[in-house]
Write a protein that binds this ligand. Structure first.
Ligand code: NAG
Ligand code: NAG
Ligand code: NAG
Ligand code: NAG
Ligand code: ZN
Length: 958
């Protein structure tokens, strides 16, 4: 699945800055982006199995969440007929017939197959019909029944099935085509004033069983023969290419029956069925049919063209990278009006949120474009890694998602080589997940198979650790193996296990073979031994280099040094650390730190020589130095910062601020790394600064520190603002460089926030022009998010209501998103309260957007207490509506609590936890624990740092 990005990257950043401005807004997100990762997913947190609410002792075979190992599916025949008009009861339904051919591998008198929320038709009083295939004779059915808790259809037989024999099980059923974003569901939109309904599906992780009875586990691969019945004017899509479309009359209704080619052997969670009135654009590349589908209006506005233009190159890149041809006969990608995740890698029919696939050449921003490219790249990477070769069980999800989250940058870089997109993994993934993984409550990437059983435990696997830490450690692995060796091992793995299932050690084995075949490469331990340290224990080390002696040490990095780690590690929290480094600008040979303490003489330095380790953050760790070396690095930044790569400039800032948080260095040393920024023009260091500064703003924006902080910021940003004014010829042009486009936004945000002369007036005049002439929006798409938020923040009900009208009238998803975020920027309490109420009304705010909207409001300083009251008052409603299905749900709690820094707020959080024990927290359970832990750390940090920070900002701003 793609990551869930709640809001677009630039919007998130903007909010943060506005906070700075307004003394009243706040940032909550440590987000990077939208990534479906989108990465804006606010910091989504880690997972722990949800505590069972009642003790339940499994007695019968159907009490277990895992299927017994007696039966194996071979193929299915599935016919589905979604009704896109409501029936007499006002309900949308679908009907279906399904048969599955399965092999018995162990004698059994039970057939246990997944089924949920389906009403079965009966034959002879039973909910299924069994027959033998070939010579096999089927036993008579004793009894059939449904088990709700474990989601099974159980068929008890009078005698046993024979091992080695093959049988056919047939069922007929009716299901609801609900708007719940799960299984086979319904999505609605309006076109030319007419309501249109789409039947679509989301099977990952455990929802295929809601569409038809199936052995719904990733290792139960089979072939699927699908036919779909639908309105003659609509089009049906599925994983395979359509092979026949015929018109017939069924039950007196004229319909089309679309038949699809049998799929390859595949997992149920990758199935997709869609019936819509959509249009498409298409191209073909070496006989491969590539299509992009969307609402007719979107296709007519050319919004699918960009996706079409990058899909071919990205597929080509992965074919070469994996050294394996694309496994299917077509590639469809479709943008859906209602979709809970960023995107889903259904094999051959990838589904997206509209914002993740559609790009309007006139109206979309650079950030939108980048998101489209990286999400497509991520999903297409799964066509091989994940779909062709599939991890056996959900406990290894991190490898599937971490891998795709790493290689998406490689595919995107191939499609857009001028963007330097590969650098951005540092901001979007590595720095972002450092924040979560530095907590004592983090958890290892890898879990044991038996720790992940029920659907809630499975859905908790989809978290930041899996995606972003997974990406970071796989990148580190590829860096120390070198890319050619990594790619060779990967290709061998994919070819060996094509159409099958694996566990993560299978990948290590194939990479190890590639290493063994490369005599010039020296790796001090086996891949398994090295990687176990990063995947089986949580966290990461801070490596300290003392350049006076060349001593190198490592220690588990904890953001709160007093937090207690009660999770044992078989490796005692030490790692095998590959360290790439340079001395005074010259790259040195990679060094491996294999113990807690070592001495590496070449790392000693004196005079004006400086050492910089973890170049380009190729390793997943932080770095600290002796004070002399820190001073030399500061001097270098202040005199000749271009001597370091952009990534390393961003890294120094991020490491320093985090080391200070952990009390390893002084807060003033961290602040000193920002002094050179008055000369910095690049995006990454500014972005890194801004995120780290966010914490200061959150903690101090109601105190006297804030005035001095603002004054310092004004001094630092003034030259950047002038730089962009000149570069854009008085704001009339767009900067050429990809990241310059982003940094222009940073410059405007900060400048307006701290009151750089002319900034707010400039922005308000742009918005005013639009209000005066709503049909003509002249604001450049890159700047729209910023302009809308600033204008709403400094405006009143008139601006807000205008934004709302434009939001409801918007036909472009990314524009709607910007407006939705901007409306959370107002400082007027009644407007914010009304907006909160809208989130529970799906006619105002779509269900898929509800939790992220509440979160946006919570980022605003004025909105935070309002959102907190709202969530507490309506917790059971919110939990009922979103707790089970929404991927962004855990962020609700963590988003609201980000600024908590008083004893009173800590007590409130604890009380909230107690009072809602009976309702429960579902996938937010862990996020709540983490919020409590973070609040405690905030309280302490403020008391320890306030005086020092005030002094520094006061001195530096005059
Ligand atoms: C699905 O199609 C394949 C290939 O035509 C066929 O061998 C298989 O028996 C079919 N499966 C079912 C359940 O009809
Ligand atoms: C670091 O990254 C930059 C930009 O991607 C690249 O030009 C440079 O060669 C890299 N440096 C090292 C030491 O890998
Ligand atoms: C930008 O505006 C300033 C002051 O209004 C003016 O002096 C300057 O020539 C303008 N620059 C460009 C490139 O238009
Ligand atoms: C609403 O949208 C339509 C079509 O996108 C546009 O023509 C119209 O001007 C918009 N209405 C307003 C008030 O902006
Ligand atoms: Zn994914």
């Amino acid at each position: 699945m793609g990551k869930v990005y709640y809001i677009s990257k630039n919007v998130g950043l903007g909010l943060l800055l506005l906070a700075a401005i307004a003394l009243t807004t706040i940032l909550a997100l440590s987000i990077a982006y939208h990534k479906e990762k989108m990465k804006n997913q606010g910091a989504s947190e880690s997972s722990v199995p949800a505590a069972p609410t009642t003790a339940f002792t499994p007695k019968d075979p159907w009490d277990h969440y895992r299927l017994p190992d007696a039966l194996v599916p071979v193929s299915y025949r599935l016919n589905l007929w979604p009704r896109l008009q409501p029936n007499e009861d006002g309900m949308y339904i679908f009907t279906g017939q399904s048969s599955v051919i399965f092999r018995c591998v162990k004698e059994t008198d039970l057939i246990i197959i997944h089924a949920s929320k389906l009403n079965f038709t009966t034959t002879d009083g039973h909910q299924a019909k069994l027959s033998g295939v070939g010579d096999a004779r089927a036993p008579v059915i004793q009894k059939t029944f449904l088990v709700k808790r474990t989601e099974y259809l159980v068929i008890q037989l009078r005698r046993k099935l024979t091992a080695g024999a093959t049988y056919l099980l047939e069922t007929g059923f009716v299901g609801e085509l609900a708007d719940d974003l799960e299984g086979f569901y319904r999505s609605e939109y309006t076109q030319d004033g007419v309501k249109k309904v789409v039947a679509t599906s989301q099977m990952q992780a455990t929802y295929a069983r809601q569409a038809f009875p199936c052995f719904d586990e990733p290792a139960m691969k089979a072939v699927f023969n699908v036919t779909i019945v639908h309105d003659p004017s609509y089009v049906a899509l599925s994983n395979g290419k359509e092979t026949d479309i015929s018109e017939v009359v069924i039950e007196g209704v004229r319909v089309k029956v679309t038949t699809f080619e049998p799929t390859e052997r595949m997992s149920t969670y990758l199935l997709a069925f869609i019936v819509s009135d959509f249009d498409h654009v298409q191209s073909s590349q070496n006989n491969l049919l590539i299509r992009i589908w969307a609402k007719r209006t979107a296709i007519a506005d050319s919004q699918g063209d960009y996706a079409l233009s990058v899909t071919g190159p990205i597929l080509q890149f992965f074919e070469r990278y994996y050294n394996t041809t694309y496994p299917l006969s077509k590639s469809d990608q479709i943008a859906l009006p209602d979709f809970s995740n960023g995107a889903m890698e259904n094999w051959g029919l990838v589904t997206y949120r509209e914002t993740a696939l559609l790009f309007d050449p006139v109206l979309s921003s650079t950030g939108n474009k980048e998101r489209v490219t990286t999400v497509i790249s991520h999903e297409l990477a799964h066509m091989w890694f994940g779909n062709l070769v599939t991890l056996k069980w959900w406990n290894d999800l991190w490898l599937n998602e971490g891998f795709a989250s790493y290689v998406e940058y490689l595919g995107a870089d191939y499609a857009e080589p001028t963007w330097n997109i590969k650098d951005q993994i540092i901001l979007y993934d590595v720095h972002r997940v450092f924040a979560v993984d530095a907590l004592a409550s983090s958890h290892p990437l890898s879990r044991r198979e038996d720790e992940v059983n029920d659907p809630a435990q499975i859905s908790e696997m989809f978290n930041t650790i899996s995606y972003s830490k997974g990406a970071a450690v796989i990148r580190m692995l590829s860096e120390f193996l070198t890319e050619p060796v990594f790619a060779r091992g990967l290709s061998s793995y994919l070819n060996t296990f094509a159409f099958g299932n694996t566990v993560y050690t299978d990948l290590w084995d194939h990479l190890q073979q590639a290493v063994d075949n490369t005599p010039s490469l020296h790796i001090p331990r086996s891949i398994g031994e090295i990687m176990n340290r990063w995947t089986l224990q949580m966290g990461f080390p801070v490596v300290t280099i003392d350049t006076r002696t060349g001593s190198v040490t490592q220690k588990h990095f904890l953001l709160d040094p007093e937090s207690v780690v009660d999770r044992p590690s078989q490796f005692n929290y030490t790692w095998f650390v590959p360290i790439k480094w340079m001395k005074t600008g010259v790259e040195q040979q990679q060094y491996w730190l294999l113990q807690n303490t070592d001495t590496h003489r070449p790392m000693s330095a004196s005079g004006s020589d400086w050492v910089l380790a973890n170049t380009n953050v190729s390793g997943y760790f932080r770095v600290n130095y002796d004070l002399d070396n820190w001073d030399r690095l500061l001097t270098l930044l202040n005199t000749h910062h271009q001597a370091l790569s952009v990534i390393n400039r961003a890294q120094i800032i991020d490491d320093a601020f985090n080391l200070a948080r952990a009390k390893i260095i002084n807060t003033t040393l961290a602040l000193k790394t920002t002094k050179y920024l008055s000369k910095e023009r690049e995006y990454m260091p500014w972005e890194s600064f801004q995120r780290n500064l966010g914490y200061f703003i959150l903690m101090f924006d109601r105190t006297e520190v804030y005035g001095a902080l603002q004054a310092y910021l004004k001094k630092q940003v003034q030259p950047l603002f002038e730089h962009f004014r000149t570069l854009t010829a008085n704001w009339t042009r767009v900067p050429e460089g990809h990241t310059d486009k982003y940094n222009q936004i940073n410059a405007i945000w900060i400048a307006c926030s701290v009151g750089v002369e002319g900034c707010r007036e400039l922005i308000s005049s742009w918005f005013r022009q639009w209000m005066d002439n709503p049909g003509r929006n002249l604001i450049h798409p890159n700047l729209k998010g910023t302009v809308y938020c600033v204008a709403v923040a400094f405006g009143g009900a008139e601006e807000w209501d205008f934004a709302w009208r434009m939001f409801k009238n918007s036909t472009l998803a990314s524009e709607a998103l910007r407006l939705r975020a901007a409306m959370a920027c107002t400082k007027v309490p009644w407007l914010l309260n009304r907006y909160l109420e809208y989130t529970l009304d799906p006619t105002k705010i779509r269900k898929q957007d509800a939790t992220s909207t509440i979160n946006l409001i919570a980022q605003n300083v004025v909105g935070m207490p309002l959102a907190w009251n709202f969530v507490r008052a309506k917790w059971s409603d919110i939990y009922e509506l979103y707790g089970k299905s929404s991927f962004s749900f855990p962020n609700l709690v963590s988003g609201i609590a980000t600024r908590f820094s008083t004893e009173f707020e800590l007590q409130e959080l604890k009380k909230f936890k107690e009072e809602n024990q009976d309702v429960g927290f579902g996938s937010a359970t862990m996020a709540l624990e983490q919020a409590i832990e973070k609040t405690k750390a905030n309280i302490k940090w403020v008391s320890e740092n306030k005086a020092e920070v005030l002094r520094w900002f006061t001195e530096e701003s005059t």
